[in-house]
Write a protein that binds this ligand. Structure first.
Ligand SMILES: C[C@H](O)[C@H](O)[C@H]1CNC2=NC(N)=NC(=O)C2=N1
Length: 97
């Protein structure tokens, strides 16, 4: 899984409006109604991390979850980070249908 170029990252980020690229990582912040909803989302995300064998750097303060995704072994952003970002989006911003 090799490190993506800055151009590739910016192109792929067009599909991820909540995410921003800087310092060799993609970053997002999500706000929930309360701690319970936030931590519940974190628990669900954790299962996907294990399934994908890819893990975030994240912090939680009450109802806010801050996430940084990077591939440590590549010192940059790879397809694995986008796969995990997609899984996170499906949990925190489910599409209405
Ligand atoms: C052995 C295992 O595949 C590695 O330690 C994985 C696990 N999760 C990981 N997560 C992230 N974000 N970067 C990695 O390089 C990484 N490596």
């Amino acid at each position: 899984m090799s490190k993506l170029s800055e151009d590739d990252i910016e192109k792929r980020l067009l599909q991820f409006p909540e995410w921003e690229y800087y310092e060799d990582a993609i970053h997002a912040e999500f706000e929930f109604d309360n701690f319970k909803d936030c931590f519940s989302a974190m628990s669900r995300i954790a299962f996907d991390c294990e399934a994908l064998n890819h893990h975030p750097e994240w912090t939680n303060v009450y109802n806010v979850l801050t996430i940084t995704l990077t591939t440590h072994s590549e010192n940059g952003v790879t397809d694995k980070d986008f796969k995990l970002a997609e899984a996170i989006e499906a949990i925190v911003e489910p599409e209405d249908d």
